[in-house]
Every structure is written in C-alpha cells, then in structure tokens.
Design a protein around this ligand. Structure first.
Ligand SMILES: *[C@@H]1O[C@H](CO)[C@@H](O)[C@H](O)[C@H]1NC(C)=O
Ligand SMILES: *[C@@H]1O[C@H](CO)[C@@H](O)[C@H](O)[C@H]1NC(C)=O
Ligand SMILES: *[C@@H]1O[C@H](CO)[C@@H](O)[C@H](O)[C@H]1NC(C)=O
Ligand SMILES: *[C@@H]1O[C@H](CO)[C@@H](O)[C@H](O)[C@H]1NC(C)=O
Length: 362
C-alpha cells in the first residue's frame, strides 16, 4: 500500500519523506484532493524544533502541513458541488458533527476537532494526517472552490488569512473604523490586509522588526507603522496622528503588546486576542474595566471565515494583479520544490522567509 508521497515529522529535528497509503473514499461526501501548494506555518516549526505547542505534544510521527490548496482528484457519490479538476483551498480542521460547539455555530472550539498535523491528545488514537502529501482526504464541505483569478499559491494562504478574518468578524469591524494590528508576521500582515479590505480607514501595524513594518506598507496593508522598541502607548498614539483605534487585533501573544493594546484602544473599544501567548500574562485590568473595553478571544477560524477569505482574494484580484488593494503575493517570499521540502523547513526555521510555499508533490 503506497503511492502517497508524504512529509513526516518523526520527532524533534527529524523530517523524512515517506510513501504512505493513498486515502480511500469511505463516505459518500468524501473528496480526495491532489495537493499542489502548501504554506509552512509557525506551528509546524514549533513541532519541528520543540515537539510541542502548549498542550499539543508530538508523541509519534505525524505528516506535516495544514495550509494547502490543490485540485480535486476523486469525489464520492454523494458530492454535489465539486468535480474532478476543480481548484480548491483545504480547510484543515473538521469538527465532530455531534458536538455542542458545532451545533451552536462555533465549531472552532470543539474539543474533538480533528485538525491536520496537530498531535492527538489521546495517545491511542493516530495523529490526524497533515496536508503535505500527494493525496489528502476531506469532506466536501471543508473544501472551497478557488475563483479563476485566485492562484493555487494564494489558495494556500487562505488558511492564515482566515485566522485574521475570524478575529475581524468577531469584532464586527465596521467600514471606516481605525485599526491597530500587533505583529508583522504572516498572520499579522494578513490580518491587517483583511482589515483594509473590510473597509478599515487607518491601519497601523506594530512590530519590533523594521523590515516587517516596511513590508506592511509595501503590500498596502498598513498606512501607519510603529516599532514598539521606540516607545510606549503615548508615542504610539502620537505616531498614529492621535488616533485611538476602535479595534486592536493582537497577533503576537507577547505581554508588552497585550498591555499596549489595552492602553491604546479607544474608550469602549475592542481588543481581539489572536496571538498565542506562551503563558499567563499580567494584564491592566483596572484600565480595562474603567474604560469599558471588550476583550475577545479568537481561535483559528470558524463558520464563514474561509468563504469570506476567498471573497477577499476574489475581489482583490478581480481586475488583475496590477489593480489590487493589497499585494498578497508579495508575502510569498520563497517557493521550494517537493524534493527540497526539508530544506524549506530549515529555511523557515532560520527565520529567513515571510511565507514559504512547498510545491507538489507532482
Ligand atoms: C457582533 O454582532 C453580533 C450580531 O449582531 C452580536 O451578537 C455580537 O455581540 C457583536 N459582537 C461584538 C463584539 O460587538
Ligand atoms: C491613511 O489612510 C487614510 C484613509 O485613506 C487617510 O485618511 C490617512 O491620511 C492615511 N494616513 C497616512 C499617514 O497615509
Ligand atoms: C495560534 O495558534 C493557532 C492554533 O495552532 C493557529 O491556528 C494560529 O494561526 C496561531 N495564531 C498566530 C497569530 O500565530
Ligand atoms: C481576471 O483578471 C483579468 C485582468 O488581468 C480580468 O480581465 C478578468 O476579468 C479577471 N477575471 C475574473 C474571473 O475576475
């Protein structure tokens, strides 16, 4: 049983190619996708370098990858909306259809979520397979057709884009509101870009690395930037021409940024926590309550976020690459062929890429 080249993380510091079994259609709504493009995510690097993220610990080998797009290879007899050859983005987490979270419309918080390339907490169960393989199986309703003008590379960015879109939708960001995004990594930049297309007026990106701030402006996601090494809340607001944002999207999880978020948002404003803090943080609780702020927790993405992200890309590219609001493609700094997938991981681990994509396997 083989025919499915896959990239497997055996243990910390050990990624290998393996030929695994081709998945089979078992349920009428199953679809087999031939994976074409996969982005490398910070979480993959955590497992590669440390074997864990928070409570998720790698205890057995796991196929990597969860930011993928591909082409439909085979469909089950009950599949209504997809056919062989369709280009799709893969939503890599499928909740239990019986969970309270799913039924209540918040499937992202289902504790039984089966999420690609995330270690299983029950050691007796196999890890959910990642998407870095030739053939990946998904239920039809977790695959999203890509519009003609949205490339497969952009399709691989729908996953991190949806992380930002989820936070923005939780905050009900309205047209004309002002936004600060903390964090100039891929998620922060995509979050700022999404805020712009949602109609935010003034957008500031905050980071400690000037190159990231430069990129935020170059792609058209931000028109203000601030290096948080250069001062505190007052300096930040001054750099934002005196604007206190309506919504802050915190994509770093770093304690100083969480504090700055609370200190800079307007009275009655909203702070969305998207970034993953590495532990408990000290929090300006008095300021938080006396100014009636709202703090929203945001985890991955849920119903409607993938569809919204795809519409964002569709609108952005509808009039060709020359007439875009945001240059999403500029975030893709490196593309590696399948046979150099391990090198791609080392490259990202060394901090050399913004978004790195692995091609194939063919
Ligand atoms: C966003 O809007 C929905 C629907 O009107 C509402 O239920 C929710 O409380 C709002 N959230 C925030 C943070 O304002
Ligand atoms: C940022 O964009 C807004 C909306 O177009 C505009 O009003 C503002 O002047 C811009 N600020 C800078 C510094 O470019
Ligand atoms: C936080 O972790 C979740 C789950 O691993 C991931 O989907 C999300 O992208 C992370 N957020 C950021 C800002 O990196
Ligand atoms: C794709 O972009 C081109 C311009 O490069 C435009 O002429 C065409 O209408 C677009 N197609 C779609 C489906 O949006």
């Amino acid at each position: 049983m083989s025919g499915n080249p896959s990239l497997v993380l055996k243990k910390v510091d050990d990624i290998v190619f393996e030929d695994l079994a081709v998945p089979k259609i078992e349920h009428p709504t199953d679809v087999i996708v031939q994976v074409k493009k996969t982005g490398i995510c910070g979480s993959d690097i955590h497992y590669y370098a440390h074997g864990k993220i928070g409570a998720f610990k790698l205890t057995k080998p796991m196929v990597l990858g969860h930011e993928s797009s591909g082409v439909v290879h085979e469909v089950g007899e009950g599949v209504k909306n997809l056919k062989k050859g369709d280009r799709v983005a893969i939503e890599p987490g499928v909740p239990s259809r019986y969970s309270e979270a799913y039924k209540s419309g918040k499937y992202e918080i289902d504790p039984d979520m089966c999420f690609a390339a995330t270690p299983e907490s029950d050691p007796k169960k196999p890890n959910p397979p990642g998407t870095l393989c030739k053939y990946y199986k998904s239920p039809e309703d977790f695959l999203y057709k890509l519009p003609d003008n949205v490339s497969l590379e952009l399709g691989a960015m729908v996953e991190p884009l949806s992380v930002g879109v989820h936070g923005i939708r939780l905050a009900n960001l309205s047209f004309g509101e002002n936004v600060i995004v903390f964090g100039g990594g891929p998620v922060g930049l995509l979050t700022a870009a999404a805020a712009k297309i949602f109609g935010a007026l003034n957008i500031m990106v905050v980071d400690v690395v000037d190159e990231k701030l430069k990129l935020a402006k170059e792609i058209g996601a931000a028109n203000y930037t601030f290096n948080s090494k250069s001062g505190g809340a007052e300096d930040l607001i001054k750099a934002f021409d005196g604007i206190r944002p309506d919504v802050v999207l915190e994509c770093t999880g770093a304690e100083p940024c969480i504090k700055l978020a609370v200190q800079t948002v307007r009275d009655g404003g909203k702070v969305v926590q998207i970034g993953n803090a590495s532990g408990d943080v000290s929090f300006p609780i008095v300021e938080f309550s006396s100014r009636e702020l709202t703090l929203l927790g945001s985890f991955r993405y849920g119903y409607g976020d993938y569809a919204t992200s795809i519409k964002i890309l569709e609108k952005n590219y509808a009039n060709g690459k020359e007439n875009v609001q945001v240059d999403f493609e500029k975030l893709i700094t490196n593309v590696f062929p399948w046979k150099e997938a391990v090198e791609a991981y080392d490259f990202v681990r060394a901090g050399k890429a913004v978004k790195c994509i692995i091609d194939g396997p063919e």
